[in-house]
Write a protein that binds this ligand. Structure first.
Ligand SMILES: [Zn+2]
Length: 255
């Protein structure tokens, strides 16, 4: 499942291609959404909130999409083969005279009045990547989950945008045990943890995915780069919501 940094980078690409240019083509291949009244409207901006993408139009509508497990957006020059929007997995085609964005395998797609965005986003916690983020507020919400750290960090109602990769990397960087109940970690350590995760994610948002530093995620069976113990994979949450967490049982003992 894409992390918030991928969603933020996707929003940047879509914003660069679509914002400020009227749509000449709009197809939403999703039950209940035709997209007909999007043609002629101009996207004002495309932004990320946690793992959700929001395209706000000057007509007062917001298109919300979510990448879920394996969704992605592609941008190509209008008129090219790549911009045709063919294929069974294409769920959305949005084009202006210059650029065409196609959404593939999207996991969620809604068209709502911009003033009603809170109806579809109101359950989410603060966005970890928001410019005006408040670490104290995020820590309060993490503590409020009463869950183990790994599960609290994945809980989008507590903090939006963190996925399994940054849970693993943030906990590794701070030498923290994923299964420790949130409330057992000192507040200063929780503040440091969310600050570290945000810093790791921002590094990828500004430097691209090549700038991601990955030590633990998907490395089960390999050696921990810090202590040379074997990295293990364990599951957070209950079926069908289980997610893999990678960690080092030797050097992640903090708390
Ligand atoms: Zn280790």
């Amino acid at each position: 499942m894409p992390e918030g940094d991928v969603v933020a980078l996707t929003a940047q690409r879509l914003d660069a291609a679509l914002a400020g240019r009227p749509l000449v083509r709009a197809e939403l291949r999703w039950p209940g959404t035709g997209g007909a009244h999007l043609v002629g409207a101009t996207p004002e901006d495309v932004l990320a909130y946690g793992k959700h993408l929001l395209m706000r139009l000057d007509s007062g509508w917001t298109l919300r999409t979510h990448l879920r497990m394996d969704g992605s957006w592609y941008v190509a020059r209008t008129g090219t083969h790549e911009a045709a929007g063919k294929g069974a997995f294409v769920r959305a085609v949005l084009a202006n005279e210059q650029w065409t964005a196609t959404g593939h395998r999207l996991g969620m797609l809604d068209l709502v009045r911009t003033r009603d965005e809170h109806v579809i986003l109101g359950h989410l916690g603060p966005d970890i990547l928001a410019a005006d983020w408040d670490p104290e507020q995020i820590v309060d919400r993490l503590v409020g989950t009463g869950a183990p750290l790994a599960e609290a960090l994945l809980d989008q109602r507590a903090v939006a945008g963190i996925g399994t990769l940054y849970v693993a990397e943030g906990l590794f960087a701070t030498r923290t045990n994923p299964w420790l109940p949130v409330a057992q970690l000192p507040r200063t350590a929780l503040l440091r943890l969310v600050t570290v995760i945000r810093g790791q994610m921002l590094q990828a948002v500004t430097g691209g995915l090549g700038a991601r530093v990955v030590h633990m995620h998907n490395r089960a069976g390999q050696r921990c780069p810090r202590c040379r113990s074997v990295i293990v994979r364990e599951l957070a949450r209950q079926p069908p919501e289980q997610r893999p967490i990678f960690w080092c049982p030797t050097c992640q003992r903090a708390g």
